[in-house]
Design a protein around this ligand. Structure first.
Ligand SMILES: NC(=O)C1=CN([C@@H]2O[C@H](COP(=O)(O)OP(=O)(O)OC[C@H]3O[C@@H](n4cnc5c(N)ncnc54)[C@H](OP(=O)(O)O)[C@@H]3O)[C@@H](O)[C@H]2O)C=CC1
Ligand SMILES: Nc1nc(=O)c2c([nH]1)NC[C@@H]1CN(c3ccc(C(=O)N[C@@H](CCC(=O)O)C(=O)O)cc3)C=[N+]21
Length: 294
């Protein structure tokens, strides 16, 4: 491998340490302890693991964690009632509803029920609209993490060609907005894109957020490109075990790229760290204090 590894462990640890220091300062100077409520509907095993990781990291940073685990058959009205309670609870500064929710619940109705001030996922149209308009906003955690990792190897992104594969509201679109705000020339590719390998080969910055194991091959990578792999795919590893792999064929791409993120140990770790940073930001804003720079 010739590429620099963009290791999520130290980068996320540094973000978490800054959040912890700022949280200690908020508690000392203002008696304010930021609180994060995570809502999980159903028992998807991967979601259960993420929610546990988030709760643990929240407490380690000195924030308050509220976990709400609801059964799979919870009605949309019951979930909306919980969100209304969390919106009104002054000890809760951030609300995250783990996606996907079961099919009988309209995820847009849920997202739009969350107070935009507490929307630490940055999914409310108020926040996505503000991001697109260049206004201050709560920005989705995974895209924030991607940008942070990119900047560790390339602080100045202006003028670079960025290709984002994937156009979800959670990852692809907001990553593209952040890169645009950094003055990249941005292409968003998706399942209807013609000749995806050729589009990817234009990229100085290639972001993969597709959900297809190792779909992006080494020869889709322009020599010297920076590759950010958002994909989290659980695949069989023999003997009944599973392992996590990304959307990029890592070993191949690492021969061609100048820098690349691993899976696991990459963007996923940053998502959790940026969720804490967003909770701190939301709490500060709700208290009328300036948002800390993380
Ligand atoms: N590391 C982390 O913290 C996080 C990781 N993830 C992971 O990132 C990946 C993407 O997540 P998410 O954005 O939520 O997923 P979605 O399923 O919502 O979106 C996937 C996107 O990929 C596109 N796509 C699917 N197949 C192809 C294809 N063959 N060629 C080109 N584009 C394709 C889809 O296109 P179209 O719109 O045309 O259907 C869609 O825009 C998943 O592996 C997920 O687990 C997600 C969130 C956080
Ligand atoms: N409302 C909402 N917001 C989200 O941000 C959201 C969501 N729903 N639904 C699911 C996806 C996925 N996601 C991850 C979070 C942490 C890791 C993570 O910690 N990954 C580690 C460990 C993974 C492991 O070992 O299982 C790693 O990549 O090294 C991964 C993926 C957030 N998502």
């Amino acid at each position: 491998m010739s590429a620099t590894l963009i290791d999520g462990k130290p980068i996320s640890a540094a973000v978490k340490a800054k959040v912890a220091a700022e949280a200690a300062r908020l508690a000392r100077d203002h008696g304010l302890v930021p609180g994060l409520a995570v809502v999980l509907v159903g028992e998807d095993p991967a979601s259960t693991v993420y929610v546990r990781n988030k709760g643990k990291a929240t407490i380690e940073a000195g924030l308050r964690s509220f976990e709400h685990k609801l059964p799979e058959h919870t009605s949309e009205a019951e979930l909306l009632a919980l969100i209304a309670r969390l919106n009104a609870d002054p000890t809760v500064h951030g609300i995250l509803v783990q996606l996907p929710v079961p099919a009988h619940i309209d995820s847009q109705a849920v997202i739009q029920a969350i107070s935009p001030d507490k929307d630490v996922d940055g999914l409310h149209p108020m926040n996505s609209g503000r991001l697109a308009s260049g206004l201050a906003a709560l920005v989705p955690c995974t895209p924030l993490g991607c940008l942070h990792m990119l900047k560790t190897v390339r602080p100045q992104l202006a003028g670079l060609e960025a290709v984002v594969v994937g156009r979800s509201n959670l990852v692809g679109k907001p990553v593209a907005q952040l890169l645009l705000a950094e003055n990249c020339t941005v292409t968003i590719a998706h399942s209807r894109t013609r000749d995806l390998p050729a589009v990817c080969r234009r990229a100085d910055i290639l972001v993969a957020a597709v959900g297809r194991p190792e779909m992006l091959r080494g020869d889709w990578v322009k020599p010297g490109a920076i590759v950010i792999d958002v994909g989290i795919n659980r695949v069989p590893a023999g003997e009944g075990k599973t392992r996590l792999i990304g959307d990029v064929a890592f070993a191949e791409a690492a021969e061609i790229a100048s820098a690349i993120t691993p899976v696991p140990g990459g963007v996923g770790l940053m998502t959790v760290a940026c969720l804490l940073a967003n909770t701190l930001k939301a709490a500060s804003m709700q208290a009328g204090l300036p948002a800390p720079q993380i």
